[in-house]
Design a protein around this ligand. Structure first.
Ligand SMILES: *Cc1c(COP(=O)(O)O)cnc(C)c1O
Length: 372
């Protein structure tokens, strides 16, 4: 079956005892046990397992062509579980322009815990090779990266990692499995902030890890999920499984609109440079074409001017909302450096847009009046 079909039907394939067409929400935190406190079906307590979470994890693994999935209460909680599944003293390689929240997580929590990390330019395979040590256990990939849209070669990095006994985890939040399937390209783990396109309506916080195998690393991630306790509520799992049914069609709209806006911006005199992997002028276009089926709904661009010019442009929009985060049906944009804070390495004149599903002409009109 095709992903579009699976997105609609996967949730009903598990823990479905009633003749429902859509799953119910299971809010009970506890389950009936036998007199010795055991359960034949292994339902004990909702932090350990809940029917809605089992369904949602099934949907995730089906969407990413994986063997197992663990859902979390946020994207950074999911990333945290991957790092905690390693051991103090282990070394990781991670992109220098990794999502700012994950950089914070590694620097403020995981390095003090004992994880060793190198933040490097990962568009260059030789550079990654030069940083591998005997302790390297994990290579973290984020492609396209946030907000610079750098493209990393998932297949080549995975081969290099596996030759050196390291795992690869790909943050697939931006492309979603509709545009990119890292497990099919050989990587071991996929991370999602399901707050973004999976949720799709700017109203749920969530995260997930999908694993290629039901193996040792996944068992540790599952342990961190249950013991650490950063689990999503039954309602959030239900909402996410619901939103996934429209993910393939929403992504089609995000892809189409973003491509139109990227081309418009590229030809605009107030714009110095556009970062969108779908443009032939993009440095990573060739690799992106090889590993992505489409190029997503995120665009970054440099204004011809300084930080104040970029901030003024963002201030002039009438339709495009001013907000951080991304992946909603509504278009939003931000002066990225202001939102990343002091240690940001993002150019001062960069604006990042999350292109929504409004009619492209209305978005182009708003961009045109803001770019003066
Ligand atoms: C938002 C985001 C995250 C973190 O997810 P939260 O749900 O905010 O915790 C991780 N990676 C990327 C690429 C993101 O955009």
């Amino acid at each position: 079956m095709h992903t579009k079909t699976k997105a609609i039907h996967a949730a009903m394939e598990v823990v479905n005892q009633n003749p429902d067409i859509v799953p119910p929400v299971h809010r009970s935190t506890v389950y009936e046990l036998d007199k010795e406190g055991r359960s034949e079906d292994d339902w004990h307590y909702t932090r350990l397992d809940n029917p809605n979470r089992v369904q949602w994890e099934h949907v995730l693994k089906v969407m990413e062509d994986g063997e197992a999935a663990a859902a979390f209460s946020s994207g950074v909680a999911a990333a945290s579980a991957v790092f905690q599944a390693l051991e103090p003293g282990n070394h990781i390689i991670i992109p220098e322009d990794v999502y700012a929240g994950n950089r914070k997580l590694v620097k403020e929590l995981m390095q003090p815990w004992g994880l060793k990390a190198d933040f490097i330019d990962m568009t260059d395979l030789q550079n990654i090779k030069a940083h591998i040590t005997g302790d390297t256990k994990l290579i973290w990939v984020e492609t396209p990266s946030n907000p610079m849209m750098n493209i990393m070669d998932i297949g080549a990095i995975t081969s290099l990692a596996h030759e050196n006994g390291a795992l690869v985890c790909v943050d697939n939040t931006w492309p979603t499995p509709i545009n990119q399937k890292p497990l099919d390209l050989g990587s071991d783990l996929v991370l999602h902030s399901t707050t973004k396109y999976f949720g799709g309506h700017s109203d749920i916080l969530g995260g997930a890890i999908v694993s290629a195998e039901q193996d040792g690393i996944f068992e540790k991630i599952r342990m961190v999920q249950r013991v650490g306790g950063a689990v999503p509520s039954p309602d959030d799992c239900w909402m996410l499984a619901r939103s996934t049914r429209t993910l393939p069609y929403r992504m089609r709209g995000h892809n189409e609109n973003a491509e139109l806006l990227a081309r418009f911006l590229q030809n605009h005199h107030k714009v110095e440079k556009v970062f969108y992997p779908g443009l032939a002028t993009h440095a990573g276009h060739e690799v992106a074409e090889k590993q992505m089926t489409d190029f997503g709904g995120m665009i970054s661009f440099l204004v011809d001017g300084d930080a104040d010019d970029a901030i003024d442009i963002v201030g002039r929009s009438k339709l495009i909302g001013r907000a951080t985060s991304l992946g909603g049906v509504e278009s939003t944009w931000e002066h990225r450096r202001s939102s990343e804070g002091e240690d940001s390495i993002t150019p001062k004149n960069l604006i990042r847009i999350s292109v929504g599903l409004e009619h492209a002409d209305d978005l182009l009109e708003d961009l045109d009046q803001a770019l003066v």
